[in-house]
Ligand binder design. Structure first.
Ligand code: ACO
Length: 433
């Protein structure tokens, strides 16, 4: 078998080494340079990991140039069209689509674990009345590790790992809805096992005693699609955080709490909220030209939020799907003329035909539409990143499980380029100038 390699030569000494090239199923091959330090006494330098494959994975594949997103090999378009969020969860966790019987049993396990331990409810009371719901999510999910500490001792068992995944997926909507209820001072609504995953979440968010939530099928479908599209996105910042924390064999729920904390940042999970804040600032369709000028002005740091993507350079396949779902929802709710959505739709129309955006391949991304969907569903702005976290919990835990199943699991330990002071001698305080 031909063993392809890359030769690395240190031009200072002429010393060379061969690094094996490893090819995956899709995507660029990687250079295995793990023995670089041993052979050449050097580290690689790649801040923000822009060119480093940090792990092997069989879960999700992205091709940013071609606009491809696959979960376990299945194109996102087919899953969004045909699957439920729970079916996608099963796929991400197990690697295969479920049979009817497997799906029934999976659904039953999820339903069984939707309730929170009553002791966990008192955690909410410790938060200030105006705490950010993401702060609650970090805290309460981290606290789950105190309730399921048996998982730590059995971390090597597949059965316990799957149990921890099912509990997490089941409880995330309850934890998220309780944060909202706490903030608005309404009683918590207990999960209902006769409702679908998404319908149950909406009911826990919006029903109050003696006033059941009025279900709208288009709204439920729009939210279901949003959850599917955000379920996993390979080795992004929050997923990498979960993997790094997990590499120390920490409790899975404390690793997930780390992922949630990473997602909270505006550079990661906060963009859909930023879209709505931008629309609110624009305020009126007639202000759009003035703002477009601002977005294009290089001396002004303001950007058109919800446009552009670091990885998807031609189009974001998720945006194509969610756009349709967003337009359907706005029509169904008769909301296209509501000021915020009117501005968004007009902005979308103008920007898509504007030379500046066309030339730079700047298309609306998934956040442009998910912000509008969540807003149309009545989900408050500070809950947007929470919704993203609910959807992504399956991705985080699937990636954690995959890593824990590696035969040779090693703790993650990046190296550094030290630029601090050179070694020097301690100076006693009375001799310092
Ligand atoms: N509005 C105006 N101009 C933009 C925008 C935008 N949203 N995005 C990129 N540009 C311009 C840049 O100024 C640059 O112009 P130049 O070539 O004349 O200098 C050109 O397009 C290329 O932009 P880069 O900054 O190189 O693109 P990069 O890949 O670094 O940025 C990013 C991607 C961060 C997403 C950017 O497009 C952006 O800030 N978008 C708005 C924020 C947003 O919607 N974020 C969510 C991303 S999706 C997600 O996280 C799920």
């Amino acid at each position: 078998m031909s063993r392809e390699t890359v030769t690395i030569t240190d031009n200072r000494t002429g010393k060379s080494m061969e690094c094996p090239i490893i090819k995956g199923t899709h995507g660029p091959p990687v250079i295995n340079c793990q023995s670089l330090y041993k052979e050449m006494g050097m580290f690689t330098f790649d801040p923000a990991y822009v060119t480093t494959a940090s792990c092997e994975s069989r879960i999700t594949f992205i091709d940013g140039e071609k606009g491809i997103l696959l979960y376990r090999g299945y194109p996102i378009e087919q899953l969004a069209e045909n699957s439920s969020y729970l079916e996608v969860c099963y796929l991400l966790l197990n690697g295969e689509l479920p049979t009817e019987e497997q799906m029934k049993s999976f659904q039953a396990s999820i339903c069984q674990h939707t309730m929170l331990h009553e002791g966990l409810l008192s955690f909410y009371k410790g938060f200030r009345h105006d705490a950010h719901p993401m702060a609650m999510l970090v805290g309460v999910v981290g606290a789950l590790s105190g309730y399921y500490s048996d998982l730590k001792t059995d971390i090597k068992s597949h059965e316990y790992r799957m149990g921890s995944a099912i509990r997490l997926i089941a409880k995330m909507p309850t934890i998220a809805a309780n944060s909202y209820k706490y903030l608005i001072g309404q009683p918590y609504v207990y999960p209902q096992t006769n409702l679908s995953y998404v319908a149950n979440f909406m009911n826990m968010m919006f029903s109050v005693p003696r006033e059941p939530y009025k279900f709208n099928e288009t709204a439920i479908k729009a939210l279901e699609i949003m959850l599917i599209l955000h379920a996993d996105h390979e080795q992004n910042a929050s997923t990498s955080t979960v993997r790094l924390a997990g590499s120390s064999q920490a409790h899975p729920y404390s690793c997930i709490a780390g992922g949630i904390a990473t997602l909270w940042g505006p550079a990661h999970g906060g963009a859909n909220e930023a879209v709505i804040r931008m629309l609110q600032e624009i305020g009126n369709v007639k202000n759009i030209p003035k703002y477009l000028k601002k977005f294009k002005d290089k001396s002004d740091p303001t950007r058109l939020m919800g446009f552009g993507h670091r990885v998807y350079k031609n189009y974001d396949p998720r945006a194509k799907i969610i756009r349709k779902s967003c337009h359907n929802l706005l029509h169904e709710l008769d909301a296209t003329k509501e000021p915020l959505f009117e501005i968004a739709l007009e902005l979308e129309r103008i920007a898509l035909s504007d030379d500046y955006f066309i030339k730079r391949k700047l298309y609306p991304n998934v956040d442009f539409y998910s912000g509008m969907i969540l807003s149309a569903l009545g989900i408050p702005l500070n809950m947007f990143t929470v919704m993203f976290a609910v959807a992504r919990s399956v991705g985080w835990i699937s990636q954690w499980m995959e890593m824990m199943e590696e035969e040779d699991l090693r703790i993650g330990r990046p190296r550094q380029l030290y630029l601090g002071a050179a070694q020097r001698d301690y100076v006693p305080m009375d001799q310092r100038t």
